[in-house]
Design a protein around this ligand. Structure first.
Ligand code: ADP
Ligand code: MG
Length: 238
């Protein structure tokens, strides 16, 4: 067997044994792949924030998550670590694996920030193909790049344009959907776009929905997009 197969098997059993209700303080205590460990270390991330401590173990175990925590609480890593790890353990890597994860962000600027964090923690040995689909390039250029991506970070309007207009855009292998800043996506009027995007995606997927606030619209979206979600929230100290 290849070394990777052994690593993946060991990780699978460690994740199966992970107790999502236990309190994890450092990334070193979590069953993470070597590339993710090294990536976090190189960026000097060692202690989990509260939302990460609550969300990451559950998300590693494949649960759907509805997460609420204010801006600045570390939501980006709370979803990017599970994205990298769950795709890694599924060996959803390289050109034949297809698109494994879609991260939807309300704005181009936020999408770029997420992509930069993904690059930072992915740079130590992960071999996923990741890219941005936020417009600003021709549809054709994005189309060609999308065909090779395992992870896409995108804005709702632009990715829907590809889903509805690009016959060759195949999402059959998609296993993870992340909706970041869901409250903002909805406030910006993308509700129908999100519904339409979700219609295109496999139902047998894991969905992580993060929001700074819990509004009725977020609840409605959660009912539509999540399966038996675990509610995770971090409140400010009074
Ligand atoms: P949010 O999306 O909740 O607004 P971010 O993911 O943008 O928060 O993170 C806010 C800041 O906290 C960023 O500067 C990020 O680098 C930092 N950060 C996130 N997680 C950690 C961590 N585990 N340890 C130290 N700093 C962190
Ligand atoms: Mg954020």
């Amino acid at each position: 067997r290849k070394r990777d197969d052994v690593d993946v098997e060991a990780l699978e059993s460690a994740v199966a044994e992970l107790d999502p209700k236990a309190t994890y303080t450092t990334f070193a205590e979590l069953p993470l792949s070597e590339p993710t460990r090294e990536g976090l270390k190189s960026a000097h991330f060692s202690t989990l924030t509260d939302i990460q401590a609550k969300a990451v173990p559950l998300a590693l175990k494949g649960r759907d998550i509805l997460g609420a925590a204010k801006t600045g609480s570390g939501k980006t890593l709370a979803f990017l670590i599970p994205v990298l790890e769950n795709l890694y353990r599924a060996q959803c890597i390289g050109g034949d694996a297809g698109l494994g994860a879609m991260v939807i962000s309300p704005t181009r600027e936020l999408a770029i920030q997420i992509f930069e964090v993904l690059r930072t923690i992915g740079r130590k040995g992960h071999i996923f193909a990741a890219g941005l689909v936020i417009g600003g390039k021709s549809l054709r250029e994005e189309q060609d790049a999308l065909a090779r991506m395992n992870i896409v970070v995108c804005t709702p309007g632009r990715i829907l344009q590809h889903l509805s207009q690009t016959a060759a855009f195949n999402v059959d292998n998609l296993r993870m959907l992340v909706l970041d800043e869901a409250d903002r996506i909805l406030d910006m009027g993308f509700s129908r776009d999100l519904d339409a995007i979700i219609e295109y995606l496999p139902t047998d997927r894991q969905t992580l929905l993060f929001s700074a606030t819990q509004t009725k619209k977020v609840g409605d979206l959660a009912r539509l997009s999540l399966r038996d979600p675990e509610y995770v929230s971090v409140h400010e100290a009074a």
